[in-house]
Design a protein around this ligand. Structure first.
Ligand SMILES: [Mg+2]
Length: 169
């Protein structure tokens, strides 16, 4: 179980995942968590840093699908801004969520990476689905109650797995 909660890679923020990194790992598509990975919780606009990053990687041929447990009303404005695919109410950490997102992109699990800020949804789900998992730090310390409850548990898992996560402390 603890192994399943260990990310394949760790970055500080989404835009630290460079094109070179993606190319070196044979990654042709990114499955990106929304809340606190792409934007602050429930924010309906994408910050310019994230917009620039996503436009850059999409222009370079990387396919993007937002993968969120939040609803489609929350996710749709972001896909319109970014011109990418999305799967809302995904049900992470279910493996099915990743299968559906991969088929939206027309990729197999070895050709994609999943990015997110939570161990128990994003990392666990990606690892279960056999997708390369990248853990990023949450954008903002302001989080919904259910996530706040999970953070101390994540901290314990991080400690056990020797993962450095400044904002989960
Ligand atoms: Mg999140």
């Amino acid at each position: 179980m603890l192994k399943r909660l260990r990310p394949c890679a760790q970055m500080k923020r989404l835009d630290d995942i460079s094109l070179t990194y993606l190319q070196e790992h044979g990654i042709r598509g990114l499955l990106i968590d929304v809340d606190n990975t792409l934007t602050e919780d429930n924010r309906l606009e994408v910050d310019s840093w994230a917009q620039q990053y996503l436009h850059k990687i999409q222009a370079a041929g990387i396919k993007v699908c937002l993968l969120s447990n939040n609803n489609s009303e929350r996710v749709r404005p972001l896909t319109e801004q970014l011109g990418c695919k999305a799967l809302a109410k995904a049900g992470k950490p279910s493996k099915n969520a990743y299968g559906k997102a991969l088929s939206l992109l027309g990729l197999n699990r070895k050709e994609a990476a999943a990015v997110g800020d939570q161990l128990f949804t994003d990392v666990l789900g990606a690892n279960r689905a056999g997708v390369w998992s990248i853990l990023v730090e949450p954008i903002s310390p302001k989080e919904i109650m259910i996530v706040r409850i999970k953070r101390p548990l994540e901290w314990l898992v991080c400690k056990w797995n020797h993962i450095e996560m400044s904002r989960t402390k």
